[in-house]
Design a protein around this ligand. Structure first.
Ligand SMILES: [Zn+2]
Ligand SMILES: [Zn+2]
Length: 103
């Protein structure tokens, strides 16, 4: 890479960063709130991990599989198979996940 190319790239990078820095703090905050609101409404949320994940069966399975984090099960086990039940939230409403051995 020649020097002119290099300094042009550096310049562009700096420009990009300073533009980001120049964003009004209130705008960033607003944006974060929007993102959080969107995630709360549209993604499953695990309180134990404080983590949003994909609102799909696969998302649930992957999240509660126990590879990444060992989850403490919900206080009551499944009445059918005695298996562990896990809780998660969608739009601040508690839901239960359980991969029933009897189904
Ligand atoms: Zn979790
Ligand atoms: Zn069960």
């Amino acid at each position: 890479m020649n020097n002119i190319q290099k300094s042009t790239e550096d310049f562009l990078k700096k420009e990009a960063y300073s533009e980001f820095d120049a964003a009004h703090p209130r705008f960033i905050k607003q944006n974060e709130e929007d993102v959080l609101k969107f995630q709360t409404e549209n993604h499953y949320y695990c309180k134990q991990c404080k983590f949003f994940f994909a609102p799909t069966v696969l998302g649930l399975k992957t999240h509660f599989k126990g590879d990444v984090v060992k989850h403490a099960p919900y206080e009551k086990n499944c009445v059918y198979c005695e298996g562990s039940v896990y809780e998660y939230y969608l739009n601040n409403v508690r839901q239960y996940y359980h991969n029933c051995q009897n189904s």
